[in-house]
Design a binder for this molecule. Structure first.
Ligand code: GRF
Length: 224
């Protein structure tokens, strides 16, 4: 893929779609050279579908319940994404585990966002888990989806503080603000051909001293 050509994205959602919105906004601001060829939701009531339609993006509902197995559902996803020339799949609050059918159809070409600093706190309800463990920092992680749960090569992370009196919603909002910053950036690195996966690690080419973004490791002081 030439670094100067926009990358074709397929975005999978299940709900609110604020990460989808952040990606749409980055494209519209021309910070991200990408085209969203298709949005797929496994739920008809996902608010993110309306966001897609508002921006003239093709949006499809494919309800997983209508398929006899996880693999059958994934075959349908693969067909829809490939039919539209999708190169990179973005999971944006997609609440379904992918089977090897999807993962092998797009090897190191599926990104996911997780609202914790992996490998800490994989799985669900991880903001509350970080609070319950008394973690001083949490954050978010963009990674390439592998066949293990929340286990693939890490692309970008951002850290946020966890305060002793935090409630789940406060911490989730603080993390979400960082998700919206780093997801478009991870996609842009891919589009620029700068992500190289070696084993379980991602190397960012030509990053130099910018490999760690100071703004992300020095989060703003207390925001509430
Ligand atoms: C985010 O917390 C993300 O980390 C997780 O699902 C949530 C999606 O939110 N994977 P939204 O639908 O993008 O608003």
């Amino acid at each position: 893929m030439a670094a100067d050509s926009a990358v074709n994205l397929g975005v999978l959602i299940s709900g609110f779609g604020s990460n989808l919105q952040a990606i749409i906004d980055a494209i519209e601001r021309r910070e991200l050279a990408a085209r969203i060829k298709l949005v797929v939701s496994n739920r008809a009531d996902a608010a993110g579908l309306e966001r897609a339609r508002r921006h003239g993006i093709d949006a499809l509902v494919t309800e997983h319940r209508k398929f006899p197995s996880r693999e059958a559902f994934d075959h349908e996803l693969v067909a829809a994404l490939k039919a539209r020339g999708v190169e990179l799949v973005i999971l944006a609050g997609f609440m379904r585990l992918l089977s090897p059918v999807m993962v092998r159809a797009f090897p190191n070409r599926i990104m996911n966002m997780h609202p914790a600093l992996l490998p800490a706190f994989p799985g669900l309800n991880v903001q509350q888990a970080a609070i319950d463990h008394g973690a001083r920092f949490s954050g978010c992680t963009v990674f390439f989806v592998s066949e293990g749960l929340d286990d693939g090569p890490i692309i970008i992370q951002a850290a946020v503080p966890v305060y002793p009196d935090d409630r789940e919603q406060q911490l989730s909002d603080r993390i979400l603000a960082q998700e919206h910053r780093i997801y478009p950036r991870a996609i842009q690195l891919y589009q620029q051909g700068r992500l190289e996966v070696r084993g379980r690690k991602v190397y960012v080419k030509d990053e130099g001293s910018g490999a760690i973004d100071e703004a992300l490791v020095n989060p703003p002081l207390r925001d509430h």
